[in-house]
Design a protein around this ligand. Sequence first.
Ligand code: NZQ
Ligand code: ZN
Length: 390
Amino acid sequence: MESFVFEYPTKVYFGQGAAKQYLCKELEQYGNTVLLAYGGGSIKRNGVYEEIFNILREAGKTVVEFSGIMPNPTYAKVQEGAELARNHGVDLILAVGGGSVIDCCKIAALQAKTNEDVWEAELIEKRFPKCSPIPLGAVVTVSGTGSEMNAGGVITNEEKKMKTGLFAIAPRFAVLDPTYTMSVPFPQVMSGAFDTLSHAMETYFGYPNGDNVSDDINEAVMKSVIRNMRILLKDPNNATARSNLMWDSAMAENGLLKLGKKTDFQAHMIEHQLGAYTDCNHGMGLAVIHPVYYRHIVKEGLPKFVRFAENVWEIPKGSKAEIQLALAGIDALAAFIAECGLPSRLSELKVKTPITDRILEEAAYSTAIQPNSYKKLTYGEIYEILKECM
Ligand code: NZQ
Ligand code: ZN
């Protein structure tokens, strides 16, 4: 393990009925005005809006609504939320949705408290704006990103053609009720669960490779995600599997698996730039990129890819030469992606903007290259990877 400092900021209320049981009491800690933020309307159709709204009323709160947060939220939407929060003197932002709603609210919570442009401050000037964000709470309705337990928000800047992570504030509390995810369309359930697996893999494939607690826990999380996704393939509404996947999602991105480790996240950086140029679905984009990317770096990360094959995909130890074992593990991952009905090629993605060679090139040459990957890629290699993904 490398050295680390660890502190946990988010209180989690997990389980069926968690909002009804705990939210009203939790809300006592905050001022009167709450910004109730949500996406395109799924929460109005599945009853979650009504339930949360009634709890807010019961707690005596004045509710200001911030709606229409789109998947892959834009920086313009962040500004809209910040302005609403500022104009109404909001005391708490309550994000009800998935990664997109929570991420947009994290950055709006920060932007609302400063006249500085937070994008410029963090990404160009490389410093955190001098202010404290508005407190944030999250009610998760679709799991996968783990955004409910970390401080990062992934935002698309349409003008700059960049989708990237900014840092603001971790939710003070998060309500994780697996029954809220029951209405999520099945392809999105699988996409979210694959995102969780991706977070675990992006953390596992990083130094140190040797014996460490984080990698041992990570293997358990990866196996849990795979097992529960397989259960959902047979029984899509299986409550135990939904519940396990919801906690796997939080576990993979709440920082615990990263303790004492360097991480990769190169596949994420490539997918994010595809998301800057198209409306690529996050988990589905990752499903396409991972096996192709891993075949590019397998030699540099050989010992860990062998361990991945043996411990995660249960390919018998020593049954093949090391490189064959490592490749068999990546093949098992690719076969699992197909088994789950996730796309294996970018050409299979349902996107509004067709993915042209020009888009691949621009996305590749604007991707953030990760310093701690087993193999530090060049822009040219990323372009080759993306072309292979087609
Ligand atoms: O907008 P509504 O109508 O609510 O519909 C949403 C959306 O269309 C729908 N949905 C959500 N809950 C539902 C539901 N539909 C029916 N029933 C429900 N209960 O699901 C669709 C996808 O929602 P979204 O929030 O976009 O999905 P996800 O949670 O996968 O978030 C993706 C975003 O998170 C970022 C991604 O890049 C992407 O922008 N990420 C954030 C991370 C973080 N902050 O830690 C890490 C991730 O790696 C990721 O980059
Ligand atoms: Zn992700």
